[in-house]
Design a protein around this ligand. Structure first.
Ligand SMILES: [Zn+2]
Ligand SMILES: [Zn+2]
Length: 231
């Protein structure tokens, strides 16, 4: 796992597949996504290596229910009591009560999809708080939940207006430049969600996959939405 400092209070943890972001408010910790099942101990060691205390992990916000995003959340909340937060529409899948609808794959996505299979399934995971579009979360000076359906029905982004940070989940990727993500349940909805995010003008863009974007992030997001609209 790689650890990348994005800002003094923001780190990216990158796994072979998937990633998680750690936000620190004076040592009070929020994770955005959690990596795959089995990643908890590695995350704990990485948090300690940053000089932070994993016992102060107060919340884990899951952008959506895919195994590379919520896999380690149950283990982390069991150990540290962190509140697990997800959208109301995604919570039943995260709890293991129902499956998420499968993505509608484009032809060019199929080989990529095959290569990313075989991840350990996420265990049923408690969701302590179900959120809706516009809800506020008490970290990062006030984080706003943005409902971005399409990748999955209950996908969310998180906007920290005070810090200009936007966590997009898999609606947006920054693997080969900033683009619409891949593997969407409803591609048209995902495209509309990308357009919705593009007006937020972030200075730091933290995607579900790929590098954080810390220069010209707002322009990159607008360009991604415009390019997608031309397709
Ligand atoms: Zn996903
Ligand atoms: Zn993903």
């Amino acid at each position: 796992m790689d650890v990348i400092a994005v800002q003094p209070r923001l780190h990216l943890f990158r796994f072979p597949v998937g990633q998680a972001y750690l936000w620190s408010d004076d040592g009070e910790l929020t994770l955005v996504d959690s990596g795959t099942a089995g990643a908890a101990e590695e995350l704990v060691l990485a948090i300690r290596a940053l000089g932070l205390d994993p016992a102060r992990l107060v919340r884990i916000v899951l952008t959506h229910g895919h195994e590379d995003h919520c896999g380690a959340a149950q283990e982390l909340t069991r150990r540290f009591g962190a509140e697990v937060v997800a959208h109301r529409l995604e919570a039943p899948a995260i709890r293991g009560e129902q499956a998420l609808p499968p993505p509608v794959l484009l032809d060019w996505e199929r080989p990529l999809w095959e290569r990313t299979r075989g991840l350990p399934p996420a265990p049923p995971t408690v969701v302590d708080r179900e959120v809706e579009d516009g809800d506020a979360l008490a970290f990062g000076g006030g984080a706003r939940v943005v409902h971005v359906p399409g990748h999955t029905p209950g996908s969310i982004a998180l906007h920290l207006p005070l810090h200009g940070v936007l966590f997009t989940g898999d609606t947006v990727a920054s693997v080969e430049g900033v683009t619409l993500g891949v593997f969407h349940v409803d591609r048209e909805d995902a495209r509309a969600s990308l357009r919705r995010l593009s007006v937020l003008g972030p200075s730091v863009l933290c995607c579900g996959h790929g590098d954080p974007v810390t220069r010209d992030a707002a322009a990159a997001l607008i360009t991604a939405a415009e390019r997608d609209a031309d397709l």
